[in-house]
Design a protein around this ligand. Structure first.
Ligand code: PAP
Length: 343
């Protein structure tokens, strides 16, 4: 009899599906995206400009990421349902945290939050509990059937490029979390340096900063991505919720309460009296999740601990000079002019 836990078995299964499907996805769209404008990225990869946003070419290096091929495939094949819930983010804005929170809120009767051994978030990385439509869903959707019975999905795709069926289905809810651009930049800087192959050396902050300011990060420009969901949240205030990472950090309980209400899973009076909200905040806290995810890799092949660095606001001041900070402030002022987006 196999001694693998259900989580280990499903990880092995997902791993083989991923490798099998990845090249198929890339091959199918290559001829088309090869005609798009492109710029050099890192590690001999290119960034392609598609519908106003930049995407990696999706080579096998850094393979756990969204790529131009997987975005095009999601656009063509993803079928939304009206009862789906989508979590949308620009990478490094709080995706992992939001996935954990939404998963814990929606599934709280199925998995008791205070059970120390059986809750999926105490065994698996949040990315393995809630799939990206442009990543795991494309490759492994059947495997997720049991986990996503609450129809929770994540995406890094900007609003105008979402698969048409999501917009047309009038999906129940989209939750967007955005983060101060300097926080995103520094988080991205550390993430890519952690994942970059040793033979490529490490990237210096000046280089990453320059590309970020030009908008050339996966799914960037940062400012256009944020604005796309902000505008959509103004147009559809009952369906699209716009959160900020900084607000979530400053007042986690209140924001988790709001999040549960918006998702359609409000805490009952009894749950409030029993401290269920606080249990979920604690379960999904940086301290708890970083401890659970110390070792191993996600199904996408990324070291689990790469998603947990500091989980704080303001760390950018340790890396950006005043001059760099001013440049980002200036771009943000211009790009967010007329939008009430504050951090
Ligand atoms: P992804 O888009 O690649 O999934 P994402 O989760 O959006 O990354 O961003 C990672 C950031 O969220 C990290 O920020 P840092 O580099 O500034 O530290 C990570 O530490 C932070 N993070 C992850 N989980 C949590 C959490 N539970 N609470 C607060 N911050 C978190």
């Amino acid at each position: 009899m196999s001694s693998a836990t259900p989580s280990q078995s499903s990880e092995r299964c997902l791993e083989s599906l991923k490798v099998a499907n990845l090249s198929l996805i890339l091959d199918r769209y290559m001829d088309t995206y090869n005609t798009f404008p492109k710029e050099k990225f890192y590690m001999n990869e290119d960034l392609y400009l598609y519908q106003g946003f930049w995407y990696r070419s999706g080579g096998l290096v850094l393979h756990g990421f969204i790529s131009i091929g997987t975005v095009m495939a999601a656009q063509e094949t993803f079928q939304a349902n009206p009862y789906d819930i989508y979590l949308a983010t620009l990478p490094k804005s709080g995706t992992t945290w939001l996935k954990a929170l939404a998963f814990a809120i929606v599934n709280r009767t199925k998995y008791k939050t205070n059970s120390l051994s059986t809750h999926p978030l105490l065994i698996s990385n949040p990315h393995d509990c809630l799939p990206f439509i442009e990543h795991e869903v494309l490759r492994t959707r059947p495997t997720y059937a049991d986990l996503s019975d609450a129809h929770l999905f994540a995406t890094h795709i900007p609003y105008p490029s979402l698969p048409k069926s999501i917009i047309d289905s009038g999906c129940r809810v989209v939750i967007y979390i955005c983060r101060n651009p300097k926080g995103v930049l520094i988080s991205w800087f550390h993430f890519i340096n952690k994942l970059i192959e040793k033979s490529y050396g490490s990237l210096i902050i000046e280089e990453v900063f320059e590309r970020f300011c030009k908008g050339m990060t996966p799914c960037g420009p940062y400012w256009d991505h944020v604005k796309s969901y902000y505008k959509a949240s103004l147009e559809h205030p009952t369906r699209i919720m716009f959160l900020t990472y900084e607000n979530m950090i400053n007042d986690s309980e209140n924001n988790v309460k709001r999040l549960a209400e918006f998702l359609g899973y409000p805490f009952t009076e009894e749950e409030k009296a029993n401290g269920v909200l606080q249990e979920i905040v604690k379960l999904c806290s940086f301290e708890n999740l970083s401890e659970v995810n110390k070792n191993g890799k996600t199904c996408g092949g990324v070291p689990k601990n790469a998603f947990f660095r500091q989980g704080k606001v303001g760390d950018w001041s340790n890396y950006l000079t005043d001059e760099m900070s001013n440049v980002i402030d200036q771009i943000t002022l211009e790009k967010f002019n007329g939008f009430d987006i504050t951090f």
